[in-house]
Write a protein that binds this ligand. Structure first.
Ligand SMILES: [Zn+2]
Length: 336
């Protein structure tokens, strides 16, 4: 009995400590960052546009304030890479990494920051969201609004990633190296994540938490989210276990027909064997503002979003501490 009592006490204090530390994830900050990223002056953050570069600069300035390290001792949080832009017969722009191709040379930037691990610096845990969106368009224009703000898609995930960087930097106890990445050009074909995935040995990446569209309530209501590709590794079960008794719940993706696992930047890493999943709350069968100019901050439930960020932080505890390691993705089971 004595032992049980002691164990219970320890468990309670670990849990209270974890829950208490969540106060670092402040609604006011989440609101500030989400507001800036989804503002009209970001012009919809389309890749290869001035609004996109402005968003990247803002994210880099947040990383600087938090005190993240730069990727591999570089001199910028911006991970800039060249591509070639070609125009096809239908006058559509096409982009390629093959710099030997004819066309205009253009540049894109991801934004990447790092908190080195204390005892396992060569084991990486990635937290990510894509900061690009689809820009300005007059098609299906409503209320004279042509700016696709992408407040939920994916200013919300990008905000979460920045808030998690703030959280883990304050905690300062991660045993594994944490990599925070804002990916570019997800909406155009995942160019940012593709470039990023070639900058390290994928075997070094223990897990990837990609965050997409957590600004609305999930189909289960508040404080719950889902994990895409749940059955592909045991990472989802691990996260669920870490949330037991916290008031938060993660479920398996309830929209398997939509193939969400393959529709965000996690897929790029998963194809290399990395346990890489997307966490989302988006009701994919009924989100009225998805890929519309009306995806504005006024439609975001900021309070619930801030709670979901806390849930992600709690769920990742064992992986960040180096005590839990998810199984790898069997790449032969993936769709091409
Ligand atoms: Zn998205």
């Amino acid at each position: 009995m004595k032992h049980y009592f002691l164990i219970t006490l320890i468990l309670i204090s670990v849990n209270t400590y974890a829950q208490k530390s969540l106060n670092i994830i402040k609604l006011k900050e989440t609101k500030r960052i989400e507001t800036i990223l989804s503002a009209d002056d970001m012009l919809g953050r389309r890749a290869f546009s001035a609004g996109n570069e402005k968003a990247a600069a803002f994210i880099a300035s947040e990383f600087e304030k938090i005190g993240l390290q730069k990727w591999k001792g570089g001199d910028s949080y911006l991970q800039t890479f060249p591509m070639v832009k070609k125009t096809n017969a239908n006058n559509r722009s096409m982009f390629t990494f093959d710099l030997t191709q004819q066309g205009e040379q253009v540049k894109l930037s991801n934004v990447v920051g790092v908190i080195p691990g204390k005892s396992k610096p060569n084991e990486y845990v990635i937290f990510s969201g894509h900061f690009d969106h689809i820009g300005i368009s007059t098609r299906n224009m409503q209320n004279n609004d042509s700016i696709f703000n992408g407040a939920n898609d994916d200013a919300a995930g990008t905000t979460a990633m920045i808030m998690l960087a703030k959280y883990f930097k304050k905690l300062n106890n991660n045993e594994r190296t944490l990599v925070f990445a804002a990916f570019n050009a997800e909406e155009m074909g995942g160019f940012g994540a593709t470039y990023f995935s070639k900058q390290f040995d994928p075997a070094q990446v223990v897990a990837m938490f990609n965050i997409e569209m957590i600004g609305t309530e999930s189909k289960w209501g508040k404080n719950s989210a889902y994990i895409t590709g749940f059955e592909k590794t045991n990472m989802g079960e691990m996260l669920q276990k870490n949330l037991t008794g916290t008031g938060f719940e993660f479920h398996a993706d309830p929209y398997p027909d939509q193939q969400l696992f393959y529709r965000s930047d996690n897929a790029t890493l998963a194809r290399l064997g990395v346990p890489a999943h997307t966490i989302s709350t988006s009701k994919m069968d009924s989100e009225p503002n998805y890929h519309k100019a009306s995806d504005e901050i006024s439609t975001i439930d900021l309070k619930n979003m801030n709670e979901i960020i806390k849930a992600i932080a709690l769920s990742s505890r064992g992986i960040v501490a180096g005590t839990e390691t998810p199984t790898r993705v069997d790449t032969s089971s993936l769709k091409r």
